[in-house]
Design a binder for this molecule. Structure first.
Ligand code: GDP
Ligand code: K
Length: 284
């Protein structure tokens, strides 16, 4: 039976554990992430996909709740290093629908990993109570990945989520797409064109690789440093960064991309979310 390994990622208290219970009444394996004393929960269940008529053994690994892919806490460290590994097939990003913008900030970072992503808009029952309306089709179009309304309480969207896991698993690569400001987009296009021209063999989609190069991602730099293409690539990146700095003022790279993520998350939220009544908000 084919095995699908899902990394479940989200901010603390978005309902990851509850969603796991809703998806499966399954065997639970508890261990530790290698080298640290952070609990690693792994759930295994069989999934029969009705559309493809195929059986899968799905493993869900519940990553420690994290607010971002930085390394301020042990949980963030574990989550970041697992997400950078090849130990899984796709990410299910659990989002609290009642707190969309802040959650989408983390989503943006997950979309940048170059891995396949599904967004579960969880707590949909709670959002509905608060009069929050989210157009998940439009959000899918903006992020380039399936977005599914779920509720661990009412079981809304659970079957859809299971089907999406199979569908996304069967895709050859991620379709995630963050739109950056024009100067960054220009340099991404520039680097992608160069990688294409050189027919560079990459396990990341070119666009994702280009973004990581522009972010001076240490792991990617280390990996590519000894490759023949690096001698030609490095001056291109340097020039691209100069161009970006020129347009972005005095900010450093980390600040530039933090601002990009914020703007993208905020823009996405404004496009897809509306609030019908402020009843619940005004109660407290
Ligand atoms: P985790 O930290 O992400 O694993 O979150 P938990 O699964 O522990 O859930 C946090 C809290 O939210 C718990 O009190 C859950 O009962 C509640 N919860 C989780 N999912 C939902 C949901 O879809 N709807 C509602 N209304 N509550 C939920
Ligand atoms: K929990």
């Amino acid at each position: 039976m084919e095995k699908i390994i899902v990394a479940l990622a989200g901010q603390p208290n978005v309902g990851k554990s509850s969603l796991i219970n809703a998806i499966s009444n399954a065997k639970l394996k508890v261990g530790n992430f290698s080298g640290v004393t952070v609990d690693k929960t792994e759930v295994i269940f069989n999934l029969c996909d009705e559309v493809s008529c195929r059986d899968y053994e799905v493993h869900i690994i519940d990553l420690p709740g994290a607010y971002s892919l930085t390394e301020y806490t042990i949980e963030e460290k574990v989550t970041k290093s697992f997400l950078q590994s090849d130990e899984y097939d796709l990410i299910v990003n659990v989002v609290d629908s009642t707190n969309l913008q802040r959650n989408l900030l983390f989503t943006t970072q997950l979309l940048e990993t170059g891995k396949k992503v599904i967004v579960a808009l969880n707590m949909s029952d709670e959002a509905e109570k608060e009069g929050i309306e989210i157009d998940e089709k439009q959000l899918s179009a903006i992020l380039g990945v399936p977005c599914i309304k779920t509720s661990a309480n009412t079981k809304e969207g659970i079957e859809e989520l299971k089907h999406a896991i199979v569908e996304v698993y069967e895709k050859s690569e991620t379709t995630a797409k963050i739109i950056y400001s024009d100067p960054i987009e220009e340099e991404i296009a520039h680097i992608v064109a160069f990688l294409k021209e050189k027919n560079y063999k990459s396990n990341l989609p070119y666009r994702h690789l280009a973004v990581k190069l522009l972010q001076e991602d240490t792991d990617v730099y280390k990996k590519m440093h000894d490759e023949p293409i690096w001698i030609e690539l490095l001056p291109i990146i340097r020039e691209a960064l100069q161009h970006i700095y020129l347009h972005m003022g005095t900010k450093n790279l980390e600040e530039i991309f933090a601002d990009e993520h914020f703007a993208f998350a905020k823009g996405a939220k404004m496009e897809v979310m509306s609030v019908k009544s402020m009843r619940a908000k005004n109660l407290t």
